[in-house]
Design a protein. Sequence first.
Length: 362
Amino acid sequence: MAGSAQPPLAAGGPDGGEALGDSALSQGLSVLVGLALCVTMLGLGCAVELGQLGPQLRRPVGLLLALLGQFAAMPLLAFLLALIFALDEVAAVAVLLCGCCPGGNLSNLMSVLVDGDMNLSIIMTASSTLLALFLMPLCLWVYSRHWINTALVQLLPLGAVSLTLGSTLLPIGLGVLIRYRHPRTADLLVKISLWSLLVTLVILFILTGTMLGPDLLAHIPASVYAIAVLMPLAGYALGYGLATVFKMPPHCRRTVSLETGCQNVQLCTAILKLTFPPDLIGSMYMFPLLYALFQSAEAGFFVLVYKMYGRDSYKQDTLGEEEDTDISYKKLKEEEVVDTSYGTVTVEEHNSIQLEPTQTAL
């Protein structure tokens, strides 16, 4: 492949790796990335209600959709895009890593805004995060075989990826415990984690841009920008199609669509920053941030379109369901008649009651 012959530093820039690895600002950035990941996972755990797990496990549609969307559709999509755009090994690994990540908290927020199924959204995010502990390293190993003869892929730290994923289980477990013991505190922490997502991304953009210098944009190939735009868009479409195949109602289709296209960019950023050599990964450290920017913009556009054109139909569907329930109840009441096999009671006058015999067909 022509792109694979390009040295790793060509994608990262001559000074990008040194800026990411040697400065005191980089040390602070590593701490910020780690804290942001912990807050995100804590918020995810706080959103999980143990009472909802029983029905979901008895009918594990959410678990199956998370498995198919996050570890079948998205990794394959990332791999195909890397081939189509002929990415070098550095950019390809960054794209693959993002595609193999589990779902992110952004999908939970967006599901609320499009009147989606919140229980389904949370179950899919939580289950994909737990499945990632085993399936994410496996997907990375499978899809990186195409670039196996390159230095970066030979140094691919699958063990460090698994260790980073394993470290997220502690804040998730703590969040579940807080939800069980202190529901109000858990609600507050969920809101904090969602706001921290936006704040962290803004800070990461500013700090990374400062470290890599004004030539950062020039060091990132145009093909990487194209993938950052197309990949979440295609993920949303794949998720909606997947939910349609399972014949799910419209509000669940919107939920699955957002869950599939929204990746956990905090986790991707943490893995790139904490496990890969800075001199090799270079400016490709920016890819999950670019992905976060475009996935948020595209999801925001979908929410805007839904608010303008789709919400009225959702209300009509909900009203129609309520009317159907009322009609069924009225019919049920009308069908509740007295057994007349022995006669019909009629009232002719205020003080007289007559029993008229009737015949029962045999």
